[in-house]
Design a binder for this molecule. Sequence first.
Ligand SMILES: [Zn+2]
Length: 104
Amino acid sequence: MRKSHGPAFRKQLRPLIECAACRGKGVTQGISYELDCLACNASGWVCADTGAALPLEDLVPQLNMKLRNVTAELNRARHSQGGAHEQYEQNNRRGAGGSNYTGD
Ligand SMILES: [Zn+2]
């Protein structure tokens, strides 16, 4: 049974920008090892409005939305490319086979 939790549950995609402190890597170079970047909660992203790291409970769903958008975009790009190619090959095959088919 699912219930809507109302406005409190609504998540909005917030503009994120690359963290300037770690240049989006999420880590900074320590003396002999890499440290989690504190400026962005090691995410590599900060809020575009405030320039500050989002709290983790906000950051995770924000990154999820961002990742889903990017993944969907990638799939779309891959699909439209592959789709056009397949379509062309299918038409070609059908055209050649159709005209040469004699039936015996
Ligand atoms: Zn950072």
